[in-house]
Every structure is written in structure tokens, then in C-alpha cells.
Design a protein. Structure first.
Length: 98
């Protein structure tokens, strides 16, 4: 394996892996995992773009506190809501069944 294919895990990945060692946490994660993964992706895109929660909220027509709940995985979101977020970051939204 060359050095370019190796990468250091993010703090989130380290925390997630440790958290999932507990079977009860694993069950909860599996139930809510998709929402948490999406929430984390939104957080990462926002930070990479260098915009605040308040700025993102204004661009998608909501409040800063709602964006905070989304990023914490405590807010359900519709596909149209996710599409608004994707457009802010010039991304395509892809939803698929595997």
C-alpha cells in the first residue's frame, strides 16, 4: 500500500468506532446511523466552506438553531431540504437503495 492510500482517521471516526464497541450503542447507531452520517457530512461541508451555521441557515431559509439540530443529528429532514443544502455547496444529492 502506498502512502497516498493511507489516511489518518478523523476524530469522529475514532469516537464512532469506540462508541460502536458497545452492543446497545451499535443497535442505536444502526437505527439512527444514516441520519447521523448525513448530519456529519453537512457539518463537514459547512466547515470546509468556512461559513457559519447562521449563514447556512439564511441560504436555506431556516434558523441557526435548526441548522445546529441538523448537524447534531437531532432534526429530521426531507429530501427537498437536503437538496437545498446540496445546492448551497454545489453538490448533487444522491439517494439510493443498496
Amino acid at each position: 500500500m502506498n502512502k497516498k492510500t493511507l489516511r489518518k482517521p478523523t476524530n469522529y471516526e475514532v469516537y464512532r468506532d469506540k462508541f460502536l464497541e458497545d452492543p446497545q450503542n451499535k443497535k442505536l447507531y444502526d437505527e439512527y446511523g444514516r441520519q447521523l452520517e448525513i448530519a456529519y457530512q453537512i457539518l463537514q461541508m459547512r466547515k470546509k466552506a468556512g461559513i457559519s451555521q447562521k449563514e447556512l441557515a439564511k441560504k436555506i431559509g431556516t434558523t441557526q438553531s435548526n441548522v445546529a439540530r441538523i448537524e447534531a443529528g437531532n432534526q429530521n429532514f426531507t429530501t427537498s431540504y437536503l437538496d437545498k443544502i446540496a445546492k448551497v455547496f454545489n453538490r448533487d444529492l444522491r439517494i439510493e437503495f443498496v
